[in-house]
Design a protein around this ligand. Structure first.
Ligand code: ADP
Ligand code: MG
Length: 327
């Protein structure tokens, strides 16, 4: 069982940052309003994610560590209109197979918390009582300790932490209503405070993208044919002095998508330097049936059923936004 899980891990668990992404997405799926991320040594030594979400009952803990055990998809129809972030039921089992993973959880209605870990070649799950407030903590120690090739592939502590920081930035901009804290080697590095109001959005945006971006960015929010696009876009003058900053979300899920980037690039036209991509944070919302997200295990890619329509809509909204700026 361990070997099969390790093979699966190869697809999902590339580096510490991918572990953080999977675990934080699980916390979000569980309805957490507060997520704490503790990292030691760039994640090589420790990745600990603690949330105040719905928790996992004692009877489900063993299952949660097993491959293809997901509580999120119960029918094919669910799969087609998937809205929850994780859905493959592989992350915990995969991560657990290449690290020392301890899962501790308590649903609010359960008096006692329980702790689970999978050990040995057969990944037998051990359970023991624990102390924990309602919610879940996943502790991942010694990532890749048993897969030397992968361990060698890890970069410096600083580089790996940089990737984790970046993952959390992207997630922070996908859930304004969730408190997130990031610590490295015991020191608080980021604190993203929850806020639903637009004014609080700006604060969070500043915390993630820097005050300079917020000061110059143009806001947009348009709807057409069931498509909605909103967000912020740096005008070319400011974008030229901006570091790379391209955050795109499709139905709340962060995506790096060629079609989206192409549409933005086209809207900027020749106003950017040759290598420039512009600086933007954009949210595309559309009927879940209009997009396919089950394209790649790392879940970065989407396929739009009406690609042309989506592309042209994005282009038009952004083109208009930039044109108004020029007056
Ligand atoms: P998936 O997210 O694709 O369902 P995972 O391996 O990431 O698969 O998680 C397996 C299951 O464990 C989830 O379906 C969920 O039921 C449970 N789970 C994992 N993390 C949490 C969490 N932080 N809070 C509550 N339940 C969780
Ligand atoms: Mg998951």
């Amino acid at each position: 069982a361990r070997l099969a899980n390790q093979i699966a891990a190869g697809e999902v668990v590339e580096r510490p940052a991918s572990v953080v992404k999977e675990l934080v997405e699980n916390s979000l799926d569980a309805g957490a309003t507060r997520i704490e991320v503790d990292i030691e040594k760039g994640g090589a030594k420790l990745i600990r994610i603690r949330d105040n979400g719905g928790g996992i009952g004692k009877d489900e803990l063993t299952l949660a560590l097993s491959r293809h055990a997901t509580s999120k998809v119960s029918s094919l129809e669910d799969l087609e209109a998937i809205l929850s972030l994780g859905f493959r039921g592989e992350a915990l089992a995969s991560i657990s197979s290449v690290s020392r993973l301890v899962l501790t959880s308590r649903p609010a209605e359960q008096e006692q918390a329980w702790q689970a870990m999978a050990e040995g070649r057969d990944m037998a799950v051990q359970l023991q009582p624990a102390s924990h407030p309602p919610g879940t903590t996943v502790e991942v120690r010694d990532l890749f300790f048993n897969t030397p090739a992968r361990r060698r592939f890890m970069r410096t502590e600083k580089t790996e932490f940089g990737h984790i920081d970046e993952v959390l930035r992207r997630i922070a901009l996908s859930r304004f209503e969730v408190d997130m804290i990031l610590r490295h080697n015991g020191k608080p590095v980021r604190q993203y405070r929850a806020g639903r109001l637009p004014s609080q959005h700006d604060k969070r945006l500043a915390a993630v993208c820097g005050p300079a971006f917020v000061a110059s960015a143009l806001k947009f929010d348009s709807e057409h044919h069931g498509l909605r696009l909103w967000g912020w876009l740096a005008p070319p003058s400011a974008a030229r002095n901006q570091p790379d900053l391209q955050y795109t979300y499709v139905n709340g899920r962060m995506m790096r998508d060629k079609l989206l980037n192409h549409a933005v690039r086209q809207a900027y036209g020749d106003r950017l330097p040759a290598e420039g991509h512009g600086a933007f944070v954009l949210y595309l919302e559309l009927d879940a049936h209009e997009v396919d997200v089950n394209v790649h295990p790392a879940k970065h890619e989407v396929r739009f059923h009406q690609a042309r329509l989506v592309h042209d809509f994005i282009y038009q909204v952004l083109h208009q936004t930039l044109a108004e700026e020029h007056g």
